[in-house]
Design a protein around this ligand. Sequence first.
Ligand SMILES: [Zn+2]
Ligand SMILES: [Zn+2]
Length: 404
Amino acid sequence: MSLDEDHGWVAAAAEQYDDVVALRRAIHAEPEVGLHCPLTTEKAKAALAGLPLEIRDSASTTGFVAILRGQTGDNGRTVLLRGDMDALPMTEATGLPFASTLPGAMHACGHDTHTAMLVGAARALCARRDRLPGTIVFMFQPGEEGHHGARFMIEDGLLADPAPDAAFALHISPNAPSGLVVGRPGTIMASADTLHARIIGRGGHAAMPHEGLDPIPVACEIVTALQVYIARQVAVTDPAVLSITKIQAGTAHNVVPGEATLLGTLRTLSEATRMQCQAAFKRIVENIAAAHGCTAEAWIDAGYPVTANDPRGSALQQAVATELFGEGGWQTMPKPMMGAEDFSYVLRAVPGAFAFIGAAPEGSDPATNPPLHNTRMTLDERVMARGVAMHCATATRFLERGFD
Ligand SMILES: [Zn+2]
Ligand SMILES: [Zn+2]
């Protein structure tokens, strides 16, 4: 018997569909950026009102968890489903009838659909509470777009009681065929750290550079040395990308500046390579500067860790997608994406998996659609029914069978 015949999740999700679309559009029209998204939280909570959920608020964000305890006798398993809630600081250019009414904010990463799908799943799962053998934690999380919302919610203790045994998340994508669930075991997204360096020399006349201490060639040498390091000391089987994206120094053709600054990004696919490259960045900046008599400061704004799927978690997602939507319902990604995701903090604490669900608009080419974070990004809303069914079936399967 397939999961679908077993639970009817596709049909249950279809029943939620109209409400999910309405909620998504309401959230889309009033996007909020960062860790504090009060209007979005209000809309999600209003849609959950009256359900048998225990709500716990995050102390440091407007996020919250909603806890659903099954009624068939608790077998001790707890599963977490996550939906992020925040938008991006950009102005929407889709022309949609429910487009952002707030200039400078847009749901260009589809987190409006994630929140709406998680609400839809919570409603459908509450309706089956009498058949749930464990506990489900719905994590409504703001501040995914670089604000570390998941980490703050973990630090607030929201993943401690009940502590999940598994965690799952879905991310919508306009660049995959509509309805296709796409994931992979192991690393699915990269770590992302911001690199900063300041090389301090001594300013003076450009005609007599030996009387000063020119930081510009030193900065250039550092940029080259960093690329040599990546090419010669990082294993190609566990790669890293290091891009210096901004160099700033000087004011005029005849003045040696007193200092130069560098800005860049480091992306890796394992924590081991990440730590190795972070240490090398500081070592190379400081020592090349010192070799030329300059001083230097190098510092790193730690971004998100590597998003690492537990192979059992992605196998479970694959099994569920295939059972719900047929053999063509799942595709294994051949390689990770170099973007980053703060669900990585959850997956560092709890085994589980993150997957994409394709939502290329009808008649469009997934390969050339405006991507996530584009002002013209649009999605096929019908996919949200599949997302709700995926959430419900993934959670119930884990409660019933664990990772088996
Ligand atoms: Zn994003
Ligand atoms: Zn996103």
